[in-house]
Design a protein around this ligand. Structure first.
Ligand SMILES: [Zn+2]
Length: 488
C-alpha cells in the first residue's frame, strides 16, 4: 500500500517580531523526497517512528516535503503557501494513495491564518477526498482546533514534556493508519477545549497537573475499546482564538464512550486548574542561591528566553547579574548573537575584546551587555544530540564562540537553538560537569538531558517572550474568559 508522507512544523509565538520565512526553515530543516527518509530513518523523531512503523506494516512511503523552523513569529504567507502548494502538487502527482501520514506541530500561525494546520489539513483532504485516511502526529503544544479534528482521521499528540516519545507517536500513527487500511479500524472521536491556558513552565509531565491528566489518559488507553487519548497542554504564547489545553479521545466506533472519557478528562483538568499557576525565582535571588550551593553544577533555567517557545534567545539579565557579582565558574548556554560570534571569530582564540552581547532583537529580553573578555574558543557549531531528545540527529549552531570575562563564559551562537543537550556545551570546549553554574535557555526540554547531571535546578524569572507570567502579554484574539488570564 502506498502512503504519502510529509512534515511541516512550526510553533508560532505571535508576540515575536521575528517573522519565520524560507531562510529560517532552510537553517533548521528543509528536505525533500528520498532525502527525508534517509535523514530520519532510525532517529528519535516522529518521522523516524513513522518510517519504522510503515516498514513493520509493509506500507510503501511516498516522501514529499520535510520542513521545520525554530519557533518565532508568524510563518510568512509566501513560504506557507509555497509549502502547501508543493505538498498538494506532490499528492496529486502521486495518483491514488491508500493513506496520508503528516508530521505537524499544531501551533503554526501564518500571516493571514491563525490555524495553519487546520488550513493545511483542509487542503490535503480536498486532494484525497473523504475516504482516504489521514494520520497526524501533533506536538504536545498543539493548539488543536475543530478543523484539525474534522479533517484528520486520527490525531496522535506527544504524551511527554520534555518530548521523549516522538518516535513512539510516529510509529503509532503509522500503525493505526495501517489498521484503518487493513483491519477495518473506524475511529469515533471526541474533542474538548476547556477555558484553560497553562503556562509552559507548569506543563512538564514528570509531575504536577499534566502528570495527573496523563495518568488518567494512560488508564483510559488500557481499555481495549479506546484507540488513543491525547491531552494537549497547548502553546499559550499565541494570541489566537483556539490557544490552550485540549483533549482528544478516539475509540473503536463508540462515540458515546469517547464523549464520556473526554468529559471526565475535561472536568479533572478544570478542577485542578490552579496547579498550573507558576512561580519562578527573581534573577538576583536565583544567582545568589546558586552561588550558596556547594554541589555543582547548578542549572539556572532561563525559562522566559526559550527559543523553543519563540523567545529571542539573546536575553541578558542573568548574564548581567553573573558579571555583576563576578561569579566564578559560570557558563551561559547558549546566547544567540551572530554579530558577537563573528566579532570573536575574527579576533581569534586568545584575543581580548570589548563588545556588546545580546539584547539586540527586541526590548523584551533585557538590554545588551558590554563585556570585555578573552575569546576562549571558536567552532563551527556542529554537535550531535546525545540526550533523550533528537538523539542521533546532528545540530548546527553556526559560527560559535566562547567569550570569557573572569569566571563567566558565554557561548555565542549564530543559529537560534534551544539549550536542550549538554553536548552543545561540550562542543564549545567546556565541561558542563566542572561548572558551578550553567545557565540554559529552555523552559522544560533541558530537563531530559540536564536533570541527570544537575546537582540543583532553579527556574529563573527573567524577562522574555516565553515567560510563564502570562499577565506580561497583551491578548486580544484568544477566547475569553480563560484561566489564568481571567480569574475563573
Ligand atoms: Zn512542544
Amino acid at each position: 500500500m502506498r502512503v504519502f508522507i510529509a512534515m511541516l512544523s512550526h510553533e508560532t509565538n505571535t508576540f515575536s517580531t521575528l517573522p519565520t520565512g524560507r531562510a529560517q526553515f532552510e537553517t533548521r530543516e528543509f528536505r525533500y523526497g528520498c532525502q527525508m527518509l534517509e535523514a530520519y530513518k532510525s532517529t528519535g523523531t516522529c518521522l523516524g517512528g513513522m518510517i519504522a512503523g510503515a516498514a513493520a506494516r509493509s506500507l510503501t512511503l511516498l516522501p514529499s516535503l520535510a520542513a521545520s523552523a525554530s519557533p518565532a513569529g508568524r510563518v510568512t504567507k509566501e513560504f506557507y503557501e509555497d509549502a502547501k502548494a508543493r505538498i498538494c502538487a506532490d499528492l496529486e502527482a502521486a495518483g491514488r494513495v491508500s493513506g496520508v501520514l503528516l508530521d505537524l506541530h499544531g501551533a503554526m500561525v501564518t500571516e493571514g491564518c491563525d490555524d495553519g494546520e487546520g488550513d493545511l489539513l483542509r487542503a490535503v483532504r480536498d486532494v484525497v477526498g473523504p475516504d482516504v485516511p489521514i494520520g497526524v502526529t501533533l506536538d504536545f503544544h498543539a493548539n488543536v482546533t475543530a478543523d484539525m479534528v474534522r479533517r484528520a482521521t486520527l490525531l496522535h499528540g506527544y504524551k511527554t514534556y520534555p518530548h521523549v516519545d516522538m518516535a513512539e507517536r510516529g510509529r503509532e500513527a503509522a500503525e493505526r493508519l495501517a489498521d484503518v487500511l487493513t483491519r477495518g479500524l473506524r475511529p469515533a472521536v471526541a474533542f474538548r477545549q476547556p477555558r484553560l491556558l497553562p503556562p509552559i513552565a507548569s506543563q512538564l509531565t514528570a509531575r504536577g497537573p499534566m502528570r495527573r491528566l496523563y495518568d488518567l489518559a494512560d488508564e483510559m488507553e488500557r481499555d481495549p475499546r479506546v484507540i488513543t487519548v491525547s491531552v494537549f497542554a497547548g502553546f499559550p504564547l499565541a494570541d489566537i482564538h483556539d490557544a490552550g489545553l485540549s483533549i482528544y479521545v478516539a475509540t473503536h466506533g463508540d462515540a458515546a464512550l469517547a464523549e464520556q472519557l473526554a468529559d471526565r478528562l475535561e472536568s479533572v483538568a478544570w478542577e485542578h486548574r490552579r496547579e498550573f499557576v507558576h512561580q519562578a525565582v527573581p534573577v538576583r535571588d536565583a544567582v545568589a542561591r546558586a552561588l550558596a550551593l556547594a554541589e555543582r553544577p547548578v542549572v539556572l533555567a532561563d525559562i522566559a528566553d526559550n527559543t523553543g517557545g519563540g523567545a529571542a534567545g539573546d536575553g541578558t539579565e542573568i548574564l548581567r547579574e553573573l558579571l555583576r557579582v563576578q561569579a566564578p565558574s559560570a557558563t551561559v548556554a547558549c546566547l544567540w548573537d551572530a554579530e558577537a560570534a563573528a566579532a570573536c571569530t575574527r579576533a581569534g582564540v586568545g584575543a581580548t575584546l570589548t563588545i556588546d552581547v545580546g539584547g539586540k532583537i527586541d526590548d523584551r529580553h533585557g538590554a545588551p551587555v558590554t563585556m570585555t573578555g578573552r575569546v576562549r574558543a571558536v567552532t563551527d557549531g556542529t554537535f550531535m544530540h546525545r540526550g533523550p531528545m533528537f538523539r542521533g540527529l546532528p545540530g548546527h549552531l553556526g559560527a560559535t564562540a566562547v567569550l570569557e570575562q573572569g569566571g563567566v563564559k558565554v557561548i555565542l551562537i549564530s543559529n537560534r537553538w534551544q539549550t536542550l543537550d549538554p553536548e552543545m556545551i561540550r562542543a564549545a570546549g567546556i565541561d558542563p560537569l566542572a561548572e558551578r553554574i550553567l545557565v540554559v535557555k529552555s523552559t522544560i526540554h533541558y530537563r531530559a538531558a540536564f536533570e541527570p547531571i544537575a546537582a540543583h535546578i532553579i527556574e529563573v524569572d527573567a524577562p522574555g517572550l516565553s515567560s510563564s507570567n502570562l499577565s506580561h502579554f497583551d491578548f486580544h484574539r484568544i477566547r475569553r474568559p480563560i484561566f489564568p488570564l481571567d480569574d475563573l
